[in-house]
Ligand binder design. Structure first.
Ligand code: NAD
Length: 335
């Protein structure tokens, strides 16, 4: 029996998470789901977006399966996603984007894994106004050699263990000579330990252009926090959208699995959110837990349903009459 903290999240979160949990349970893997609240839902209920009970549950279980959480834009509370990644030192954010048969896209052969540093950089939240009038603000990016070392090591080890051929370090060291420069220098050093894996480096803006022109030249991309956030949405767009891309947040002591996408308030409550991303995050979690047979079964069932294109959400097939719930039922039937 595995104990997992289940955070259903905001917006489309509860509907897609309920589908994902049903599918995981249908494989027969024994999981004790310990429900906890975070985000807007928790704020409305307890007056805090990250209640102590939720932290106690993750402290105990060390594994969380999480729906998207809304973060107010501009003011309001800080991102709970960022807070959880920092509190549990979930330094490696793995975001695979692979072409799905059946998803309409411009490319049919994308297979890219973004390995994003998850605890440093500009997302530390070290920002403030410099004037009383609040007309000048500054934000600090912190990059450490040890933080860069461990994420680049993670990327190379991931490449080695998963039969990948190349790691590209993505940076902006031409302009940010200290922060991005430190990341790039460290990446070059780590790369020397893995001569069997090809290494190259690219500036982030050029990376965006190359990704759109010819994504097949990329394999594993390792990068700092904010660039990874942006690039993984871009790679999601290359394979059919955010509804398809899962993410794993891995630390040495804990792990948290979620979709790359957010709470999608524009489609919440309409039964049209694609549950695939969170289901595939569940697949990553099952693999992490050593439940590889169940993970493969779910992956195959999802691929079958997406390829058939009948019981899928409208982002995958605008003519489909199916929604989130029906897609979940079709996946269970295909298991
Ligand atoms: N890890 C997280 O919890 C996480 C990640 C990103 C954004 N957010 C938060 O989510 C909120 C909304 O952010 P946003 O609108 O910029 O990004 P979003 O990812 O929620 O949505 C972007 C677009 O993609 C679509 N989309 C997203 N998920 C989809 C799915 N499963 N199926 C079909 N379409 C889907 C949405 O309808 C929207 O048009 C914000 O508060 C943001 O901070 C949370």
């Amino acid at each position: 029996m595995h104990n997992v903290t289940l955070i259903k999240g905001d917006g489309i979160g509860p509907s897609i998470m309920e589908v994902a949990v049903k599918i995981i349970d249908a494989t027969g893997v024994k999981i004790n789901w310990e429900q906890a609240d975070a985000g807007m839902v928790a704020f409305d209920k307890y007056g805090t977006p990250l209640p102590d009970e939720t932290l106690e549950s993750i402290d105990k279980n060390r594994i969380a399966f999480k729906g998207p959480l809304t973060t107010p834009i501009g003011g309001g509370f800080r991102s709970i996603n960022v807070a959880l990644r920092q509190k549990y030192d979930l330094y490696a954010n793995i975001r695979p984007a692979k072409t799905w048969k059946g998803a309409q896209t411009k490319f049919d052969n994308v297979d890219i894994v973004v390995v994003r540093e998850n605890t440093e950089g500009l997302y530390l939240g070290l920002e403030h106004y410099l004037t009383r009038e609040k007309d000048v603000a500054e934000s600090l990016a912190v990059i450490t050699k040890s933080g860069s070392e461990r994420i680049v090591e993670y990327a190379f080890k991931y490449a080695k263990e998963n039969g990948r051929k190349k790691v590209t370090a993505c940076h902006k060291a031409n302009i940010l000579k200290f922060t991005s420069g430190l990341f790039l220098d460290t990446a070059k050093e780590v790369a020397k330990k893995y001569p069997e894996i090809e290494f190259d480096e690219k500036i982030v803006d050029a990376t965006c252009m190359h990704l759109i022109m010819d994504p097949t030249q990329f394999d594993v991309i390792v990068t700092t926090n904010m660039f990874g956030d942006i690039l993984s949405d871009l790679t999601a767009g290359l394979v059919g959208g955010l509804g398809l891309i899962p993410g794993a947040n891995i630390g040495t002591e804990a792990a948290l699995f979620e979709a790359v996408h957010g709470s999608a308030p524009d489609i919440a409550g309409k039964n049209i959110a694609n549950p695939t991303a969170v289901i595939m995050a569940g697949v990553m979690m099952l693999n992490y837990l050593g439940e590889t047979e169940a993970a493969t079964k779910i992956k195959n069932a999802v691929e079958k349903v997406v390829e058939a294109g009948e019981f899928v959400t409208p982002d995958l097939n605008p003519n489909s009459k199916a929604g989130t719930i029906e897609m979940g039922e079709a996946i269970i039937a295909a298991l």
